[in-house]
Write a protein of this length. Structure first.
Length: 142
């Protein structure tokens, strides 16, 4: 199942702000250390700090991905079987697919697919874009 990690802008701004503050604190402590010992921090300290930040970011992204996957599975389990099939197909196809391919892959008839898609379009969960004699169905992930 294709999964997309989306980080809200507010979280990014908070993260960048905290990293900026961490950099300022690092510079302040380096200043105090330089005054006391008359030498600055070794480059190894900077390298370890950078590697720690990168490692922490990777761990956070992995946990976020796992949390998103768990939420998605719990949401899919609540849906009726027909709707679960449609959403699974959409997710496996990078959140968009032509309506006629959706009919073919799901095994449901055009009317059933059309009714389900209309219901979710009204709820603003999907969008339909006319592309000739079929529609492109796009899952709106927030």
């Amino acid at each position: 199942m294709a999964s997309k990690i989306e980080v809200p802008i507010s979280r990014l701004l908070i993260s960048f702000g905290l990293i900026f503050i961490l950099g300022i604190l690092f510079a302040i402590f380096n200043g105090y250390y330089t005054e006391e010992t008359e030498t600055s921090f070794s480059w190894v300290v900077y390298l370890i700090s950078f590697i720690s930040l990168v490692f922490g970011a990777v761990i956070i992204l992995l946990f976020q991905w796992k949390i998103n996957e768990i939420k998605l599975k719990s949401i899919l389990n609540v849906l009726p079987v027909e709707e679960k099939v449609i959403f699974t197909i959409l997710l496996e196809n990078n959140n968009s697919i032509e309506q006629n391919k959706l009919v073919a892959l799901s095994g449901y008839n055009k009317v059933k697919i059309s009714r389900i898609l209309t219901k979710y379009e009204q709820k603003n969960i999907i969008s339909k874009k006319n592309i000739g004699n079929t529609n492109m169905i796009i899952l709106k992930l927030r």
